[in-house]
Ligand binder design. Structure first.
Ligand code: PSV
Ligand code: MN
Ligand code: MN
Length: 388
């Protein structure tokens, strides 16, 4: 069994934020498969998220999505989180479910609609001030479907104006985090399609504006770890939305589709000082569990990130540097692959047990009876889903 002692304290630095929407019903445009026991309100989403932290020790915060997680009292929601052993985290804005935004939100030509989108972000900042959240995460559905539909340059200028107004409201200890995505729901162009555009926009705002890299938001074949390296080098990798994909923005369990890619990404995060206490890069999940159970789906996800982080931390960096300096291509590649192929699972089970956590979090959750209890308790009512 591999010895994790040299990286034991580094592993303890890991914190992965869960998305509240992972616990609601979700699906594709073809069908949403409702699951029994799914949360009926934001309080129940937090209770479910707390189960993930309880069994893994890895997920102490939960991201909110406004207005999906709108409640009368955020103090009560924060207190509920605290009572369940977790805290509220990032606030995600939503300017993609209103008829007014058909042709754009913060990029819209109409002053009234642009202001409405800006005001929504102000409302999100108000929520952050009540919950003590650090990050306002902005993902925009803005874009066009047809060449010539709108003036891309004008939209980029309005994006800058709107973001500047939002940034002015961001507090001293808060950050504006701008996510990019190359397609969908707009299919010809999106207004923040890639890391370069997000970087250009946040750089024009100031130090507290950074980029969010969602691993599912790139064209197939993109070298995502290169982007990770570059954004860390530039001091602008604010956060990750982790998930995995086979084809598009699949939002599948992180590490499921391409574990090697997750490893390569985490190697660059560690190398670039983005991991744990070293840096300010937040780890978040952005996933939906359409056909599998949601709470164990999230437990599996954070464990996948932990396992791949352990492997990344195990890379023999001194030997790697020597091999690289010598131009020894095969040794350098071999050193990286040795870490990737190391099975860390038995040692991580021991590492958990030493910290009073279950050796096998999936089994511990299954044995806890929580899944059956929510199915029994949460009958009736409008179950919250992705977008509800
Ligand atoms: C839409 O693509 C999306 O999946 C983005 O990745 C956001 O982070 C998420 O929805 C929540 O708004
Ligand atoms: Mn995302
Ligand atoms: Mn997405």
């Amino acid at each position: 069994m591999v010895d994790l002692a040299p990286i034991s304290s580094r592993l303890a630095e890991q914190r992965i934020e869960l998305p509240s929407w992972a616990f609601g019903n979700s699906g594709t445009r073809f069908k949403v498969f409702a699951q029994p026991g799914v949360p009926r309100d934001p309080f129940e989403k937090i209770s479910d998220a707390a189960q993930v932290h309880k069994h893994t020790g890895l997920a102490p915060t939960v991201a909110l999505h406004i207005p999906w997680d709108k409640v009368d009292s955020y103090d009560d929601l924060a207190k509920h989180a605290e009572d369940n052993g977790v805290a509220l985290g990032t606030v995600n804005s939503n300017t993609f479910q209103d008829d007014d935004y058909k042709l754009g939100s913060v990029t819209h030509r109409d002053d009234r609609i642009r202001q409405k989108a800006i005001d929504h972000h102000f409302a999100c900042i108000d929520v952050m001030n009540q919950t003590g959240s650090r990050d306002l995460k902005i993902w925009l559905a803005d874009g066009t479907n047809y060449p010539g539909q709108d003036d891309m340059r004008g939209r980029q200028d309005r994006l800058h104006d709107s973001l500047s107004k939002i940034y002015e409201r961001i507090g001293e200890n808060q950050r504006l985090v701008l996510e990019y995505k190359f397609f969908e729901p707009a299919f010809y162009h999106t207004d923040v399609p890639d890391w370069g555009t997000s970087y250009a926009q946040v750089s024009a705002l100031g130090e507290r504006a950074v980029v969010c890299l969602d691993t599912g938001h790139h064209a197939p074949g993109t070298n995502i770890e290169f982007i990770v390296m570059q954004l860390l080098r530039l001091g602008k990798l604010g956060s990750f939305d982790f998930n995995s994909r086979f084809y598009a923005d699949d939002d599948l369990i992180v590490g499921a589709a391409d574990p090697f890619q997750l490893f390569r990404i985490l190697v660059e995060v560690v190398r670039g000082g983005g991991y744990g206490d070293d840096g300010d890069t937040a780890f978040m999940l952005d996933q939906c569990h359409n056909i599998e159970d949601k709470i164990p789906g999230q437990i599996r996800s954070v464990l996948n990130v932990q396992e791949m982080t352990a492997r990344a931390l195990l890379v023999d960096t001194a030997a790697l540097a020597t091999a690289q300096a010598a131009g020894d291509v095969l040794s350098a590649n071999g050193i990286l692959m040795d870490a990737f192929y190391t099975d860390v699972r038995p040692a991580l089970a021991e590492w958990r047990a030493a910290r009073g956590l279950p050796e096998d979090p999936m089994a511990a959750y299954a044995a806890s009876g929580y899944g059956a209890s929510i199915v029994a308790d949460r009958v009736g009512g409008n179950q919250a889903g992705w977008g509800a």
